[in-house]
Design a protein around this ligand. Structure first.
Ligand code: NAP
Length: 244
């Protein structure tokens, strides 16, 4: 597929590397223009472009920018054909993004994103830590392969997202509609807990909408207090323990 990725940070650059390695044609954009990311993109067989160029002549656009920056992309998709799939990887953290009342009041994060950009989105790769995405993929059929939830309202778009999740070496799980995507947001048991397909299914079913923001805040406090002392496995273990 031809893929444009906007956001060249922890998640966007890792997706660019993995998707290019699996044979997809990848363009990568950031906020500052292509120059600062030209070598990075070239290093894994992608092309650095402007964000305007990233949405042109592609099958899929992946948005991987800080949550509060999505309003910057308003109007960005006005000339993009309806069949182009738009994937959102974002998560809302009020300490980092500032308070957004509608989301605090319960609007699912990717519904808010979709409203900001004026375009339906599929929620994918939000519930996986950058290090998990980078280092813990396994080929299809390998026991213990980690699963990633995919939420959205369009079956064709979801099918494309499934193919791309597999290309990044994870199993994909249909997590329902975008309205239900709160089940994979921060503070839920399926969020950054490295679960297999069946475990993730159970975790999404067990998600508690009221508790999730409380869990998210408790974990952020704990991680901030621990600083760099926690290993990746300790972070995953704390995510599991607090959200169980
Ligand atoms: N890090 C994780 O473990 C993780 C896991 C799952 C999901 N997520 C979510 O995925 C998203 C990206 O996270 P990240 O950790 O990859 O972020 P990051 O490392 O901070 O990178 C953010 C990228 O977005 C670009 N950007 C910011 N504003 C932009 C704009 N208006 N237009 C175009 N590009 C813009 C930045 O470009 P410049 O540098 O040029 O400004 C940068 O390349 C966030 O919503 C995050 O919550 C993160």
């Amino acid at each position: 597929m031809k893929i444009g990725i906007i956001g060249a940070g922890n998640i966007g650059a890792t997706l660019a590397r993995k998707l290019a390695a699996s044979g997809h044609e990848v363009k990568l954009a950031n906020s500052k223009g292509p120059d600062p990311i030209r070598d990075l993109a070239h290093g894994f067989g992608a092309v650095a472009v402007s964000k305007e160029h990233a949405v042109k002549d592609v099958d899929v656009v992946v948005l991987s920018i800080p949550f509060a920056r999505y309003p910057d992309l308003a109007g960005h998709f006005s000339d993009v054909p309806a069949e182009v799939v738009v994937i959102d990887t974002s998560n809302y953290y009020p300490f980092r993004d500032g308070a957004i009342t509608e989301v605090d009041d319960g609007k699912p994060e990717s519904v808010w994103v979709s409203e900001q950009i004026g375009r339906p989105v599929i929620k994918v790769w939000n519930a996986v830590l950058a290090a998990t995405l980078s280092d813990r993929g396994k080929s299809a059929g390998t026991p213990g392969r980690i699963a990633i939830p995919v939420a959205g309202d369009d079956a064709n778009a979801t099918a494309k997202a499934f193919q791309l999740v597999d290309a990044t070496e994870f199993d994909a799980l249909d997590a329902g509609t975008l309205a239900e995507s709160w089940r994979q947001q921060p503070g839920t048991p399926g969020y950054c807990t490295e679960l297999t397909l069946n475990e993730l299914k159970a975790a999404l079913a067990a998600a508690d909408r009221r508790r999730a923001p409380e869990n998210r805040e408790a974990l952020i406090k704990e991680f901030a207090a621990a600083g760099a002392r926690l290993t990746h496995d300790e972070i995953v273990a704390r995510n599991r323990a607090v959200t169980a």
